[in-house]
Design a protein around this ligand. Structure first.
Ligand code: ADP
Ligand code: MG
Length: 227
């Protein structure tokens, strides 16, 4: 498969006002993510990993520069268009799963598909496949509170890719798990990315996991640099 750039950040800036002063977090980030690649974002707390992921995921606007998703400049688009692109092209996984507590695992994975207009039967079939793929098919009817931390994160990953996005953005997805569980969850995530031709950018503090990804980048002086 030809490697195509699916996410590009060009000269991206983010500054936060702090009373009289301005805190410059990102000062001209250039970064490209291509189909089929898994990139680790490894940087100390407070350097701007979450900020970068939120900008890349069109959850926030940059103060300068541009974010391209699948070649399309997104900054100037109307909110509705940004939301549509985010729903179709981007999957997000957080450190804490953010699953809906009153719904079962399979219902949580069906939800984004129903919002996208699929029928209940179609959504249920794909959700079931994803649960099997993540090796938690037997937990389909359980609510998040009845699942272990590793199982919750596998459901969250399945939900993030339910609409077959091009880009998976994960913000310390295994940060809350013990090393063995983290490794197991990453195995499942990696297999999913490899077989679907997704591209993934994963913020992590886990150097063992980072070592297994295709590339590692960090944030230095407000810019993204290769490690
Ligand atoms: P990381 O994910 O690498 O820990 P963040 O992107 O969460 O870093 O935050 C980077 C810096 O920006 C931190 O110093 C944080 O306090 C600051 N920051 C993040 N969000 C805001 C905000 N909404 N207002 C002011 N400062 C913020
Ligand atoms: Mg963070």
């Amino acid at each position: 498969m030809a490697r195509k750039t699916v996410l590009q950040l060009s000269g991206v800036e983010r500054h936060y006002g702090q009373g009289e002063t301005t805190l410059s977090i990102l000062k001209g980030v250039d970064f490209e993510l291509k189909t089929g690649e898994i990139v680790a974002l490894v940087a100390p707390s407070g350097t701007g990993k979450s900020t970068l992921l939120h900008l890349a995921g069109l959850l926030e606007h940059p103060d300068g520069g541009e974010v391209f998703v699948d070649g399309r400049a997104c900054n100037g688009l109307a909110d509705g268009e940004r939301t549509a692109i985010r729903r179709a092209e981007i999957g997000f996984v957080y450190q804490f799963h953010h699953l809906l507590p009153e719904f079962s695992a399979i219902e949580n994975i069906m939800m984004p598909q129903l919002i996208a207009g699929l029928s209940k039967a179609e959504a249920k079939e794909r959700a079931g496949q994803l649960l099997d793929y993540m090796r938690i098919g037997h937990r389909a009817e359980h609510r998040p509170s009845e699942l272990s931390g590793g199982e919750q994160q596998r459901v969250a990953i399945a939900r993030a890719v339910a609409n077959a996005p091009r880009v998976l953005l994960a913000d310390e997805p295994t940060g809350n798990l013990d090393p063995k569980t983290a490794s197991y969850v990453f195995d499942a995530l990696e297999a999913l990315v490899r077989q679907s031709g997704l591209a993934a950018l994963i913020a992590t503090h886990n150097h063992d996991l980072a070592a297994r990804m295709d590339r590692r980048v960090t944030i230095e002086g407000g810019k993204v640099v290769e490690m």
